[in-house]
Design a protein around this ligand. Sequence first.
Ligand SMILES: [Zn+2]
Length: 274
Amino acid sequence: MKVYISVDFEGVSGIVAWEQTGGGSHEYQLGRELVLGETNAAIEGAVSAGGTDIVVNDSHSAMRNLDPARLAGKATYISGRFKPLYMMQGLDDSFDAVFFVGYHSAVGAAAVLSHTYNPDTIWEVRLNGEVTGEAGINALVAQACGVPVVLLTGDARAGEEARRFLPAIHVVETKKSVTRFAAENLHPEVARGLVREGAGKALSNVREVPLRPIPVPALLEVTFLTEDMAEMATWIGGVERYAPRAVRLEDGDLLALYRRFVAVVYMVRALAER
Ligand SMILES: [Zn+2]
């Protein structure tokens, strides 16, 4: 069985500050260890349930957060920046299941480090009218490839948000938010144990997970922080502005829709103030 794992950072137990998620600091080194631990737990769970080929796609920031030699299960590692399918690079119809590991909740949520793709540009994203985080958006690619998303590990709120679009997904909660910058974190060993067990269960139930949970054609509505970001987004074909700070993208081809969304994310980043 081929298993595809999209690994993010902010939903991993112990991660509560941006300083832990990038840069050259000791804090980041600690953060990377925590992410590697949960990633390996997911791989081990997958292997125990019959996973033979594991592909890990690094989905966070510069997307080279893990030490390739320390990945369990002799996993293939997709790393590095400017991938056309971004958080879902490398997925195709040859896979049997998708895992989302270390996922966090949507921008605006009262949950630790909540954001949707880029906190410097995106104020809100809705999928078919409902607020979505990254799991709902990334599920468009899985559905386009005909591969079920069977597992999400992350903070409690991220799981709730994902279930709006993926009702049969198995969720492993690794922490509970206190504020956007504080959480009650399970001990890493406890979190890894739950992730390992959850990954095995999720893979065993793969046939019970619907392949097309999202109604098609799908509509993405993206609200930005500023009006000029919305204007810039319309430079991409198929993006229509419907409010001063908001654009809509609709398509029956979910892969085309996601690619258009990724193009918007990459482009409007040029207008982010830092
Ligand atoms: Zn993320």
